[in-house]
Each structure stands twice: as structure tokens, then as C-alpha cells.
Design a protein around this ligand. Structure first.
Ligand SMILES: Nc1ncnc2c1ncn2[C@@H]1O[C@H](COP(=O)(O)OP(=O)(O)O)[C@@H](O)[C@H]1O
Ligand SMILES: [Mg+2]
Length: 317
């Protein structure tokens, strides 16, 4: 078999420290509840996707901004330990590294409050400073709405553009016209299209709306599965049977895996299947980063899914 082509992925997105406490239930306003589990980890959609891409075997570069503080430095070291290239992460002297406080109850319901800090200060100048890396990449995964400059550089250089815009918001039409692939969860699709997404048919209507507005391919996650709609293809991927614990970060894992497979020059449907399996595995651990699978885990999971096609039993790994 020919050696696999290594994908080169450039992720533009947020970098945070996540402080997570799990307790018996979420507190009401003004209430204190004693929890039982504490996790501190590298987080932020950009960092998660960059780590996901690296674990899946890609060359992964992150473009973002952290503070000059000790947390920022620690996050950069952790990213490098994961094999993520961080030279395009700038450090802001006046704002602290982004932080998210998360509370999770036993059934996985969560509530969070963030201080975006240095993430909000990522500038067009930072993007232009990384122009060579963007132009040289196979795929740009953009996760901040303020990434139009990066998208333009990528388009001009022939770099594929995948957009995973969160949290739910409207986007400039100019940005929609410029992306090859947009990936949305149901809430994001609803805000962007005004159409409620509750199942496969409504996901298709939302995807059609996005295609009419210039998007190349739309990937919309509905509660029961994920729909991919391109100008010539439609694929419905029902949710895979896993013992899910926490879906946080699973969408980012999907986007990162899609980019990796596209960067390896695999077909869109092949890439979507790979991404779907990666997302399913990413739901099986609490915390976004700890759930991100490596390539071997995704490959063996896909083989098991194929062989278990007739079995409804949840899979564990
Ligand atoms: N059992 C499952 N099989 C496959 N994908 C799943 C499963 N459960 C959840 N997912 C995926 O998890 C993702 C969650 O996306 P999203 O809400 O954007 O998460 P985040 O932004 O935190 O990464 C969706 O793409 C959904 O399809
Ligand atoms: Mg998401």
C-alpha cells in the first residue's frame, strides 16, 4: 500500500484553560452545591481541533492568541507536547489567557461561563504574519467568526476552507460564499438559517439553504445523526452506538478529522465517515481533550462498527 500522505492543517481558533467541576446537580442562582470531581485542562475550540488533528496523524498548526501569563505558557507547552506547532500563537501583554468555568451534573448537563481574554485580541496582523503557513496548508479550519482575513488568504492560495462557527450566530454572507465546507450543530444551523433542525429532513432543508447561499458543502448535526449535503452528494450518518458521557468537543473532533482526511486527499464521503467515527469516540470521556482519540483508535473502531453492523450493542474502547 502506498504510504499515507500527511495532511497539513492550519486551525484558527480559541485557546483556553478549562476548569471543570462535576457535582450531583447544577446550582441555581445564588446557590452553592458541593461537587466531587475537578479537572483542569487545555481547552478552547481551536486548541481541541489542533490536538485532534495531531492525534490523527496530521501536521497541525494553531493560529491564536494567549496572554503573557503562566497559564498561557503552560498551554503552549502542552500543545507542543501534543505535537501541535505553536509558532503562530501570539502572546498578548494586556489580556489574560482565555478561561472557561464549567459545571457539569451527573447526567452530563452543563453550564459554563467564559472570559475570552486574549482570544478576542487575535488580529488581522496576526493572521497576515501567518500568511505563509495558511497558504502552504492543505486545509484551513476556521472557528472564530473574525477569520475573514485568514479565509481570503486560504482561498487565494488554493487551501481548502472548513468553517465550524460556534457559538450560534449569524455570519457575513461573504464568509459563507468563501467556505468549501461548513459544519454546524442543530442550534448553530437554526440561528444561521432560521430553520429548526430536529431530524434528517429538517437538517437537509437547513443544508439546502446554506448551499443556496454559496457554501460548497454543508454538514449539519441533527439529534439522531449527521447530514452531509454537497452539490452532487448527500450522505446521512446515523449516530453510532457508543456509551456517550459528554459530547463537548465532539463537533470540533468531527471538523478536525474531516480536515485531516481531506488533507490526505480522501473523498468527501470517506472523510465524513472518518470524522463521524472520530466524533462518536470523542463523546466517550468527560472533558473535550481527554476524549480525543488517536488514529489507531478511530481505525479499529471503524472496523468494529462495520463488523457490528447488525448488533445494536454500544461499543466501548
Ligand atoms: N453517538 C454519536 N455518534 C456520532 N456522532 C455523535 C454521537 N453523539 C454525538 N455526536 C456528534 O457530536 C457532535 C457535537 O457537536 P457540537 O455540539 O458542535 O460540539 P462541540 O462544539 O462541543 O465540539 C455532533 O457533530 C454530533 O453529531
Ligand atoms: Mg461545535
Amino acid at each position: 500500500m502506498a504510504p499515507r500522505r500527511q495532511a497539513d492543517i492550519l486551525v484558527v481558533g480559541g485557546i483556553n484553560t478549562d476548569f471543570l467541576v462535576q457535582g450531583p446537580r447544577l446550582p441555581r442562582a445564588g446557590e452553592h452545591v458541593e461537587g466531587h470531581l475537578f479537572l483542569e485542562s487545555l481547552g478552547g475550540k481551536g486548541a481541541n481541533a489542533a490536538v485532534a488533528a495531531s492525534r490523527l496523524g496530521a501536521r497541525s498548526t494553531l493560529l491564536g492568541r494567549v496572554g503573557m501569563d503562566a497559564r498561557g505558557l503552560a498551554l503552549l507547552e502542552q500543545l507542543e507536547g501534543e505535537g501541535v506547532e505553536t509558532r503562530a500563537v501570539s502572546r498578548d501583554p494586556g489580556f489574560s489567557t482565555g478561561v472557561v468555568l464549567e459545571m457539569v451534573d451527573e447526567s452530563g448537563r452543563r453550564q459554563s461561563l467564559s472570559a475570552e481574554g486574549a482570544n478576542r485580541r487575535l488580529s488581522v496582523a496576526d493572521v497576515i504574519a501567518a500568511e505563509d503557513r495558511i497558504s502552504g496548508a492543505d486545509v484551513l479550519l476556521a472557528q472564530l467568526a473574525a477569520v475573514i482575513a485568514a479565509v481570503h488568504i486560504a482561498r487565494a492560495a488554493g487551501t481548502h476552507v472548513v468553517l465550524d462557527p460556534a457559538p450560534p450566530s449569524t455570519l457575513p454572507e461573504e464568509l459563507l460564499e468563501a467556505v468549501h465546507v461548513i459544519r454546524l450543530n442543530d442550534a448553530e444551523a437554526e440561528v444561521l438559517t432560521g430553520l429548526e433542525v430536529v431530524d434528517r429532513d429538517s437538517a437537509r432543508r437547513a443544508a439546502e439553504n446554506l448551499l443556496r447561499r454559496g457554501v460548497g458543502t454543508a454538514v449539519v448535526a441533527a439529534p439522531q445523526g449527521t447530514l452531509l449535503l454537497g452539490t452532487e452528494s448527500e450522505l446521512w450518518l446515523p449516530n453510532l452506538p457508543v456509551d456517550w458521557v459528554d459530547t463537548t468537543g465532539a463537533g470540533d473532533a468531527f471538523s478536525a478529522a474531516l480536515c485531516v482526511a481531506l488533507g490526505e486527499r480522501r473523498s468527501l464521503t470517506d472523510a465524513a465517515r472518518f470524522a463521524h467515527a472520530t466524533a462518536a469516540l470523542a463523546t466517550m470521556r468527560l472533558g473535550a481533550l481527554s476524549g480525543l482519540p488517536n488514529r489507531d483508535q478511530v481505525v479499529s473502531f471503524m472496523a468494529r462498527i462495520d463488523s457490528l453492523a447488525l448488533s445494536p450493542e454500544p461499543v466501548s474502547w
